[in-house]
Design a protein around this ligand. Sequence first.
Ligand code: SF4
Length: 257
Amino acid sequence: MPIPLQSGWLYGPIDSRRYGRSLGVNPLPLDRKLCSLDCLYCQYGFTRAQEVVGRAEVPAAAELAAAFDREFARLAAAGDRPDRITVAGNGEPTLHPDFLEISRELVAARDRHFPGAEIGILSNSMHLNREDVVTALNECYDEPAMKLEWGSAECFAAMNQVSPRGYERVLAGLERLRSFVVQALFMRAPKADNATEAEIAGWLDNLRRLRPRIRWVELYSLDRPPAAEARAERLPPEELEEIAERVRRLGLEARRF
Ligand code: SF4
């Protein structure tokens, strides 16, 4: 069963296995997933891949900025200091049309209430053709965690249920980031399998191409059950470890979750 959507613009803090005490930021609608991909394994289940049509669809930047200040002040007063603030939420956060503005507001609120806390983001890497997104990721985020888990356009299209044309756009976009963390989920399903030898070899070529920008590579498999119709299966830990070993042989740090 997919998990429910986040019901607020801020959620947590929770103790995260990846990030310590982590406060979540959701700059997206509260009543549906809004994402430009429709991954077979999505924890929120299937929806048609969508883009933002108008600002009325998402919370206004000024409202989000006020919520950052209000909630950060409340947490600071309670002595609940996050190690990290992670922008993610109900889909793809960079889809917000005012992504740069809200990122700068978040940095300012962090500096006022939790100086030293890192700011991260989980992104699907699909919107690096937008100048404001590239500027925001390079300027405001300590460790942008960017999705990169395919070795071919065909696998990209099948796993994410979108056109294969986005694949080269993702690779070219990642070349515009100063540095980033790779997030790669491996799984098998009747419709797509990104753990075949051909896919892994292609993915390692992509890592080679982007190596100077990669801080480290995070590998994981299914954590929460996706939509049952996807019939997606978890990769055994020993297979994930073999892939991690191949990443290390490229001279990159691999972290397995
Ligand atoms: S990118 Fe993330 S939110 Fe979007 S469909 Fe894929 S797993 Fe779900």
